[in-house]
Ligand binder design. Structure first.
Ligand code: NAD
Length: 475
């Protein structure tokens, strides 16, 4: 007997409608490897219906007052608050995130971000006098939002909420692995009472639905979060159509511990940072840079910290690390670890061997590698799994060179005896965010990458401005 739901509908033009395309996508639970549900594999027909609905809604939605949008977004925020448990359970099931982390981050962070946009919308100056001009900030048009699976609701909220706040209608194409929390979000948008066409959801594969959406002439802005390789393709297609594009891509962020810092704390925080969400975090500090005189101490501390992470059932509140999202990621991560060991890295914790307990699920061993040379693949490429590499540096200039020595520049950490020293060092890094001595994540600060980590910024005022364009009237 079949145990799972087969959804055949997309959320288009204010209602759930049967998909106009054929085919479906099976959504797996990465801990049990069982099918959770199937969703439509939307294609050109669904994308065209969704973009057409968004275009029809565009003028009316752009003409709403700030107060009207605030009232609807407040209802949506309240819906996200009321659905915290359902969001948590959905993300535990389709991503395999441990339940404690899922509640705090996968459900909690979208609520924080949605709430932040209520204040930002209430206060944003949509009109400004500059000399003899009045400059109006107007909606940038129909937005295509394409999101990955690793923080599946956060990435949806970080795009859809500011776009709606700006007065832009949206078509969302979520990742194939995590469409269920996106469907839950669509239900909350519907229940909040947004006008038909302001928000539309099309599930489907990237190669078909994602590509059709990016190329659609009815789309004005493409906001994409995902891998750098796909981001490049999206930018090329969007460029041909002269669409505005925002890209949040991969990372290989460095955490630099300067002499005089609290080394034990810096290393413990780094291990927790890399192993959170099974290492599937674009901004994870996957490279730990330590002065060569403190190298072996750092390696020993990391080994001790890593031993506390034992792969387990994500529904168990004691579990700190769950499975990876799918079998492909599992093979990819194990391949990177095996490659690093073959290239001469020293195994400090974990390894490329399969996990035997739990017996099912896409689990990898949380891994720490030492004696990693800066030009090794493991020190250059994004692994997207729980793998930390530790590199020694000679002096501060060498640490800057190593930290900046990859194609990426998304995040980072600096630890020093005092925050002024840490800040001075951070200013030399080619990266979009740096946490000083464990500074907390700030959902109002612009988030985005230097170099191959992306274009544009999400979150806070900067994230809202991605969806605005400016009109100047001269008096
Ligand atoms: P991915 O690039 O394969 O997929 C991301 C999204 O793009 C999915 O919805 C996918 O269906 C879609 N897509 C795939 N091919 C497409 C195409 N040709 N045209 C249009 N859309 C297409 O990435 P992923 O494996 O799902 O996610 C992991 C990557 O995301 C990592 O590299 C990670 O660093 C990055 N990421 C970045 C951030 C950030 O804010 N910088 C945040 C989270 C994840």
């Amino acid at each position: 007997m079949q145990q799972y739901a087969e959804y055949g509908d997309q959320y288009i033009d204010g209602a759930w409608r049967p998909s106009g395309d054929t085919g479906s996508i099976a959504v797996l639970n990465p801990a049990t490897e069982q099918v959770l549900a199937t969703v439509p594999a939307g294609g050109a027909a669904d994308v065209d219906a969704a973009v057409s609905a968004a275009r029809r809604a565009a003028r009316g939605w752009a003409a709403t007052t700030r107060e009207e949008r605030l009232a609807l977004l407040t209802r949506l925020r309240d819906g996200i608050a009321a659905a915290q448990e359902e969001i948590t359970a959905t993300v535990v099931a389709e991503l395999g995130a441990p339940v404690g982390f899922a509640a705090a981050v996968h459900a909690g962070l979208p609520l924080t971000v949605a709430t932040s946009y209520l204040t930002l919308l209430a206060e944003h100056p949509f009109e400004e006098r500059i000399g003899n001009s009045v400059v109006f900030a107007e909606p940038a048009g129909v937005v295509a939002a394409i999101t990955p699976w690793n923080y599946p609701l956060h990435q949806v909220v970080a795009k859809v909420v500011p776009a709606l706040a700006a007065g832009c209608p949206v078509v969302l194409k979520p990742a194939e692995d995590t469409p269920l929390v996106a469907r839950l979000f669509a239900r909350l948008v519907h229940e909040a009472g947004f006008p038909a066409g302001a928000f539309n959801l099309v599930t489907g594969t990237g190669a078909v639905a994602g590509a059709a959406l990016t190329a659609h002439p009815g789309v004005d802005v493409v906001s994409f979060t995902g891998s750098t390789a796909v981001g490049r393709q999206v930018a090329e297609t969007a460029g041909r159509g002269l669409k505005r594009v925002a890209l949040e891509l991969g990372g290989k962020s460095a955490n630099v511990v300067l002499p005089g810092a609290d080394l034990t704390r810096a290393v413990n925080v780094n291990v927790a940072n890399v192993f959170a969400n099974s290492g599937q975090t674009c901004s994870a500090w996957t490279r730990l840079l330590v002065h060569r005189d403190q190298y072996e101490e750092a390696v020993a501390t990391a080994a001790k910290a890593a031993a506390k992470y034992v792969p387990g059932d994500p529904t168990d509140p004691q579990t700190r690390i769950g499975p990876l999202v799918n079998a492909r990621q599992l093979e990819r991560v194990r391949g990177y670890v095996a490659g690093a060991l073959a290239a001469g890295a020293r195994l400090v914790a974990g390894g490329a061997e399969p996990v035997t307990e739990p017996a099912t699920g896409y689990y990898v061993q949380p891994t720490v590698l030492a004696d990693v040379a800066p030009d090794m693949t493991i020190a250059q490429e994004e692994v997207f799994g729980p793998v930390l590499v530790i590199l020694p540096y000679r002096d501060e200039d060498h640490a800057v060179e190593l930290a900046n020595g990859t194609a990426y520049g998304l995040a980072g950490g600096v630890w020093a005896a005092d925050t002024d020293t840490a800040a001075a060092f951070a200013r030399r890094l080619d990266t979009g965010q740096v946490d000083l001595n464990g500074g907390r994540f700030n959902p109002l600060a612009p988030f985005g990458g230097y170099k191959s980590s992306g274009l544009g910024r999400e979150l806070g005022r900067h994230g809202l401005e991605e969806f605005l364009q400016y009109k100047s009237l001269q008096y």
